[in-house]
Design a protein around this ligand. Sequence first.
Ligand code: GLU
Length: 334
Amino acid sequence: MRRKTIIIALVALLLAPLAVFAGGQAENTFVTIGTGGVTGVYYPTGGAISRMINAKYDEYGIKATVESTGGSVYNINAVLSGDLDFGVAQSDRQFQAVNGTAEWADAGPQKDLRAVFSIHPESITLIASMNSGINSVADLKGKRVNIGNPGSGQLQNSKDVLAAAGLTDADIQAEGVKAVEAPGLLNDERIDAFFYTVGHPNGNIKEATAGRVKVMIVPIDGTVADNMTSKYPYYAKSLIPVKEYPMSENTADIPSVGVKATFVTNASVSDDVVYAMTKEVFDNFDDFKKLHPAYQVLTKESMLKGLSAPIHPGALKYYEEAGLVQYINSELIK
Ligand code: GLU
C-alpha cells in the first residue's frame, strides 16, 4: 500500500511540470509561414521548419502551416502587415527592407522586421534555350526573358544583373510571371530565358532541363559579377553545381552571383513562439539538414550570418542559451 502511494506520488511529481507547461499553452497558437512557388526551395523549407515545430505540438501547442506565395518581397510585406507570422526571404531583400531601398524606397526603413536565422545559399540562375543563342548576359538584348513576378526576390536580382551588363529591362522583352510557370514557357518556346534566384537542387530548374527544348544555365561572371559584388554588400560569387542538372547542356559548374535564404518575422510575434521555432531547428540541426539537399552546406554559424534586421528577442534567448551569440553581428542585438 505504502509502495503504491509512493509510486503515485512519484508519477505525479514527474508529470507536474508538463501539466504546468500545458496549462501555460492552453491556447493553441497557429502560425503561418510564407514561402514561394511549389517547385522552389522555400516551399519545402517552410515544410521542414513546420514539421519540426509540429512534432512538438504537445510541448509548445504551436501548429505551423505553410503558404505558397509570390516570394521574398511578398513574404516580407505580409510579415510586416501581420498577414503572415514568418516568411522566407532573400538576404538582399531583408537588407533592402531594413534600409528602405528597392521596393521599400517609398515606404522607408521597415522597423518591425526581425531576423530569426539564415538558411541555404541561393544563386541567381539564368537559364536559356539553346535555340535562343544566349551564351552570356549581354546576349539577352532583344530576347524574351522572364525577370520575375512582382513580389519575387529575383525581380530586383534580374534588374541588377542586366544593369551590371549595361542593359535595362527596356533592352529586353521582359516578362513578369511566377517562377513556377517559367519552365513550361521556356519549353513551349514562348520565352528564351528566365531568371530565378533559388537554392540548388530544385524542381524548377530540373523541370526546365527535362523538357523537349535543350537548355543551358548561363554564367553570370566576369565584369557582370564583379560589378555586382563591388556595388552591393549582399552579393557574393557562387557556383551552381552542374551535377544536379545532368540534362542541361552545361558541362561544368556554372559561375553566378548569390545571396542567402533567411527566415524573418515581425517584432510583435511572441518571444515564446520564435524561441520554440528557433530551438527546434537548432537543437535538431542534423535532422533538419537532412530535409533538403540544399542544406548540405549549412553550419550553425552560417545560419547566423547574412542577416540585416535586428534578431528577434525570442531567437536571441535561444542563441544565448546555446552559446551561439558570438556568431551574430553585435549591431543586430538590440
Ligand atoms: N528566391 C525566390 C524569391 O525570393 C524564391 C526561391 C524559392 O522559392 O526557393 O522569390
